[in-house]
Design a protein around this ligand. Structure first.
Ligand SMILES: Nc1ncnc2c1ncn2[C@@H]1O[C@H](COP(=O)(O)OP(=O)(O)OP(=O)(O)O)[C@@H](O)[C@H]1O
Ligand SMILES: [Mg+2]
Length: 320
């Protein structure tokens, strides 16, 4: 059983360059390249459901342009700021200061903290800002708060004057609907979702990801009586086209297969793994790997890919 752990660990770290991920990576990378070459500052809104790889993408961009430690100062080309749940202006400023290496992010009034963050970002030669988890601004619910944090973001972007990517769940689009100045700054958008290539269907792209990830495992995948094209559809419904769920499903399947000394990972193992790892109520017709499955998206109420209601209507709570 112990030998499962290195396999799972290695599998968890697998990093694949699937089309929508590569397109988003190139778009963000392009912002930095354009700014370096021409001084032009363009921004981008990157939207994707949970588990589509947004944070992984931010980390990959930051890894491409790592922090350099010089004797006189550090250089931080890419600043990745996850917006905290309590997305007050103070909270977001502190998150930014923490990423900039400020020793006391909580110290000072909001305006002095903001000024410090801008000064530090310039001193560290930040060339690209990545604000991840942007939906937390919207989740604050109260429109005045959304405006204030939006205005803060606009001020910081204008003062630092480097390209910015605002990254979050699709509902961030609604935040921009109520803030015209942010909307203008983030008029360019990229959706981190499969099936945008035109030539390849979403099911085929999902199958490709499933097979590529499966190829990194020590036990081979099998489609059984379904055939590969149908297997692609089933994987799509099981994972909603999100890389995180493809990984969850396969890591559950490899556990079962190794535990039972199986020679391959086929529909029966995947059916069990789906129930264990993705949706415990996903049995029988509600399990994409069951022969009775109805081939429909599992996004109804209480199903695993139900769209979050949070943020679709104003909720009175918290303070600014
Ligand atoms: N390009 C990739 N190749 C392989 N695995 C990936 C890739 N991108 C993401 N993953 C896997 O999917 C999981 C979820 O990714 P990530 O945290 O980046 O999603 P997210 O879109 O930020 O989700 P959330 O909105 O919930 O924060 C990660 O743990 C990682 O294992
Ligand atoms: Mg994330």
């Amino acid at each position: 059983m112990n030998s499962i752990y290195p396999i799972l660990e290695q599998f968890n770290e697998e990093h694949l360059l699937f089309p929508s991920y590569v397109a988003a990576f190139e778009d963000i990378d392009g912002l930095l390249g354009l700014h370096r070459e021409t001084g032009i500052t363009q921004n981008l809104l990157v939207l994707g459901e949970s588990g589509t790889g947004k944070t992984t993408l931010c980390r990959a961009i930051a890894a491409k342009y790592p922090r350099t430690v010089l004797t006189e100062r550090d250089i931080v080309p890419v600043l990745h700021v996850p917006i905290p749940c309590a997305a007050t202006i103070a909270g977001v400023t502190e998150a930014m200061l923490a990423q900039l290496g400020d020793p006391s992010p909580a110290f000072g009034s909001i305006s002095t903290k903001t000024a410090r963050a801008i000064k530090l970002a310039r001193a560290l030669s930040v060339e690209l800002l990545l604000f991840d988890e942007a939906q937390h601004i919207q989740d604050r619910g109260r429109l005045p708060t959304q405006y204030h944090v939006g205005d803060w973001l606009k001020t910081v972007m204008d003062a630092i004057n480097v390209p910015t990517a605002l990254i979050g769940l699709p509902r961030v689009g609604q935040l921009l609907q109520v803030n015209e100045q942010l909307r203008r700054r983030f008029s360019r958008r990229r959706y981190l979702q499969m099936g945008q290539g035109g030539e390849t269907s979403i099911e085929a792209e999902c199958l490709q990801l499933f097979v590529s990830l499966g190829a990194t495992l020590p036990i081979s995948l099998a489609c059984g009586a379904f055939g590969w094209a149908e297997m692609g559809q089933r994987v799509y419904y099981a994972c909603d086209g999100r890389v995180a769920y493809v990984k969850k499903l396969l890591s559950g399947a490899i556990r079962i297969a190794l535990d039972r000394d199986l020679r391959e990972i086929g529909p029966t193992v995947l059916e069990e793994a789906f129930t264990k790892e993705v949706w415990w109520e996903g049995v029988g017709q509600l399990n994409p790997f069951n022969s009775g499955f109805r081939f429909r998206k599992l996004n109804q109420v209480n199903e695993p890919f139900e769209r979050g209601l949070l943020g679709t209507r104003p909720v009175a709570r918290g303070r600014t």
